[in-house]
Design a protein around this ligand. Structure first.
Ligand SMILES: Nc1ncnc2c1ncn2[C@@H]1O[C@H](COP(=O)(O)OP(=O)(O)OP(=O)(O)O)[C@@H](O)[C@H]1O
Length: 750
């Protein structure tokens, strides 16, 4: 038989986990260990802390039910009453739902059923200060940005609580001294030890001296002496300032210093009593033993008989199937609440505090900020020097059976009809090379030239037949009367490597263009009228654009929108994700900062930062690099600006939707690729599949790219530019609203 005293010795004073394991193994044997004189149903129905008359309570929870997954109840009809000016220690095994309960009391999460009242109001009631300055919440995890200093961290939360700068300074000095944080206020949290960070977190919670403190394991990682002084401080606080404290701890025996202890298991309170009374009531020497004894009672004979080790409640934690509700204790109507006095804080704006923090973020994360500004410049420089420039130094194989170039070409004779024209192939080649620096590599046989193409030594081969000059002369002079042999012999054989479409087409175009020049040249050289055989197209000046546009001209609008859009996405995602994952956002929420305020503060700073990036991009592209703009700079600026804003809000949306950095990276990359292809910046949208042709204009970049193209090369078009603004601007509004809704929903249900 294992007795409570034995369990206590084995667990070493921190024994919830061990107790839980032992419950399963010793269920039968230990049932009688504490043999309480208490009523048989003590574990099932938690008594109110004081029976009879009305209770002056700071927090009352009745019939609380909460599940994260369907029918898996983390809180299962829990009742809890925290009297005013008391320390209420909430104890229970890991995963039994303590944090869930605390966040519901804070109003950060909603219950599925039941009700919570804090100082007489339901958490979340407008202007009630819960969540907000009436509460000081210390979460289990640090939930503070480690790259901010101690002073900055305290200042932010002080501002959110509405403290004046002097008060923040005075309280910070006081708390840092009391909590024995040796470092200077300018020290970054990342440079502190785990215990020191934990104490800074406690200082943040105590800073504004709220009437209700909710401390989720505040003494973890703190040495025993400081742990004791924290408890002494809390006891003193409840006595002198009538502060109420709810505290969870895994150091179960330190809870003896609490005014009340609530033992929690399987989403319910097993008992709620003063520590000494609780131990006496259950005839146990320690709170740990009481917990063990009550746990066994809760499991009942059926589970105990079955070994019970694998049950969800074996450790007292985790989710489990719904059980019937017990009869609830004192109803709300019989509870007298703490009279909440007006909050002695100066009127303040959380948005200003959040903006101050976001500004600090920009200054502190210099690398990230530099990325936002330098990335567009870098991409534009790379674009200028890599994209759309004609390939140089291409090699072509030439098999010339007609003449030895260049000496064979001596010009046109006075009479082409009677005198032989020599070296016409050389003339053609010289016209071909007129505008290109291509290298003509002489080959003597066709197979060798073909092999050179196959092994990528040359981009193509050009073959002139023997007597090309004579056949070509007769073909040109005799025209309609030329023999088939002359026509065939005047053909230039060409085999190209078309595996690279751009280079293949470039060589082919150059060959055709040289052929046209050659034709005119020969007609004129031989005194013939070239108009009869000329291509019957009279190409005049284009209405828009250049006669010889480059790929750079085509890609520029897309690249401009890209450099505004994509760095903004990655910046906003990284920025927002950190606050979300570190729990800073949740902690700010407990301090009363709404999601709207957080997002609005960011939006205000984004508006400014985006303006600076837009100016930089315009300067780089049109001043430093000399790209030309044929339209209005104002319209162009507005288009780029809205695209940048859209990028930022895509980033916030991604961060809101994703639960970790991996998901955010993959999602971000997916958006990048899809938007790029659908934007029409790589290939004209007119060539897309018919379905995508309809879909693409709804994406954030497609129409705005066309709008920028219109501005740059056509002056402007109200319709095209208007559509660009409408779609991209629409995305900004939709994403703002969607991000807000998602965060709200996650906070309430998560
Ligand atoms: N956001 C969430 N989504 C889904 N399940 C959750 C979520 N948060 C907590 N849970 C689950 O709810 C149960 C209770 O978790 P909770 O954090 O409230 O326990 P706890 O008693 O505070 O544990 P610990 O003492 O280890 O901090 C656990 O099974 C946990 O896995």
């Amino acid at each position: 038989m294992v007795k409570c005293s034995q369990l206590d010795a084995r667990s070493g004073g921190d024994g919830f986990l061990l107790c839980a394991q032992l419950i399963a193994a010793t269920m039968d044997a230990a049932r009688s260990a504490c043999s309480p004189p208490a009523p048989a149903d003590a574990a099932a129905t938690p008594p109110a802390p004081s029976s009879g008359g009305p209770i002056t309570a700071a927090v009352v929870v009745r019939g609380a039910r909460k599940c994260y997954a369907a029918n898996k109840w983390v809180l299962d009809g829990l009742d809890l009453t925290v009297p005013e000016a008391s320390i209420y220690a909430l104890l229970g095994a890991s995963g039994c739902g303590k944090t869930t309960l605390l966040t519901c009391i804070l109003g950060l999460r909603n219950l599925n059923a039941g009700a919570v009242k804090v100082m007489g109001v339901r958490p979340g009631t407008k202007n009630a200060g819960i969540p907000g300055p009436l509460i000081g919440y210390m979460p289990q995890e640090l939930a503070l940005s480690e790259n901010f200093s101690i002073g900055e961290t305290l200042t932010y939360f002080g501002r959110v609580a509405g403290l004046t700068a002097d008060r923040i300074r005075a309280r910070s000095d006081e708390l840092l001294k009391f909590l024995e944080i040796p470092a200077k206020k300018s020290r970054l949290l990342s440079d502190l030890s785990g215990g020191q960070r934990q104490r800074v977190s406690l200082a943040v919670t105590l800073l504004h001296a709220p009437p209700l403190l909710i401390l989720d394991e505040p003494t973890v990682g703190v040495d025993p002496i400081l742990r004791q002084s924290i408890w002494d401080f809390l006891v003193e606080l409840t006595r002198t300032s009538r502060t109420t404290v709810i505290i969870t701890t895994h150091y179960i025996e330190e809870a003896r210093q609490a005014s009340l202890v609530g033992l929690m298991r399987r989403g319910r309170l097993l008992d709620e009593e003063r520590p000494d009374r609780m131990m006496a009531k259950h005839n146990c020497k320690s709170l740990e033993d009481v917990f063990l004894s009550l746990s066994m009672k809760q499991d009942g004979p059926s589970e105990a008989g079955g070994g019970g080790g694998g049950g969800p409640g074996a450790g007292g934690g985790g989710e489990h199937e719904l059980q019937p509700l017990p009869q609830g204790p004192t109803p709300f109507s019989q509870v007298k609440y703490v009279d909440v006095k007006p909050i002695p804080f100066t009127p303040h704006s959380n948005i200003l505090a959040c903006m101050w923090r976001a500004w600090l973020y920009i200054r502190r994360y210099k690398g990230v900020t530099a990325y936002v500004f330098m990335m567009p410049v870098l991409v534009l420089v790379l674009f200028m020097f890599t994209i759309g420039r004609d390939p140089h130094g291409l090699h072509l194989a030439v098999i010339n059976e007609d003449a030895n170039c260049p000496s064979a070409w001596t010009g046109y004779p006075p009479n082409c009809e009677t005198d032989l024209v020599r070296g016409l192939s050389c003339r053609y080649l010289s016209l071909l090379q007129q505008d290109h620096d291509w290298v003509m590599e002489p080959f003597t046989d066709l197979d060798a030239a073909r092999r050179a193409v196959q092994v990528n030594d040359v981009w193509g081969m050009i073959h002139f037949h023997a007597n090309f000059s004579r056949h070509m002369t007769l073909r040109q002079v005799l025209f309609q009367d030329a023999e088939t042999d002359d026509i065939d012999g005047a053909q230039v054989g060409v085999h190209l490597d078309m595996s690279n479409q751009y280079i293949g087409n470039l060589v082919r175009n150059a060959l055709f263009r040289a052929a046209l020049l050659f034709h005119d040249d020969m007609q004129q050289g031989c005194g013939l009228n070239s108009r009869f055989s000329a291509v019957p197209i009279d190409e005049m000046e284009p209405i828009y654009g250049d006669k010889e546009p480059s790929f750079q001209d085509f890609a520029l609008p897309g690249v401009l929108q890209c450099v505004m859009y994509f760095p903004a996405i990655f910046y906003a995602t990284a920025n927002f994700m950190e606050d979300k994952l570190t729990g800073v956002m949740n902690r700010a929420g407990a301090a009363g900062v709404t999601q709207f305020e957080i997002l609005a503060a960011r939006a205000i700073l984004d508006v400014c930062m985006n303006a600076a990036v837009t100016a930089l991009v315009l300067f780089t592209a049109f001043v430093a690099m000399g790209f030309s703009n044929g339209g209005s700079y104002l319209t162009l600026t507005a288009l780029l600006y809205v695209q940048g804003l859209c990028g930022l809000w895509v980033g916030y949306f991604v961060a809101a939707v994703c639960n970790d950095h991996y998901a955010a990276t993959f999602f971000g990359m997916g958006i990048f690729l899809a938007t790029t292809f659908l934007s029409g910046m790589l290939w004209p949208g007119e060539g897309m599949h018919v379905l995508l042709k309809w879909l693409a204009p709804l994406t954030p970049m497609r129409l705005s790219v066309e709008a920028v193209r219109t501005v740059l090369y056509q002056g402007s078009s109200v319709l095209v530019v208007g559509c660009g603004f409408l779609v991209t601007g629409g995305w900004v509004v939709i994403l703002f609203a969607a991000t807000l809704l998602i965060i709200r929903r996650q906070n309430k249900t998560g």
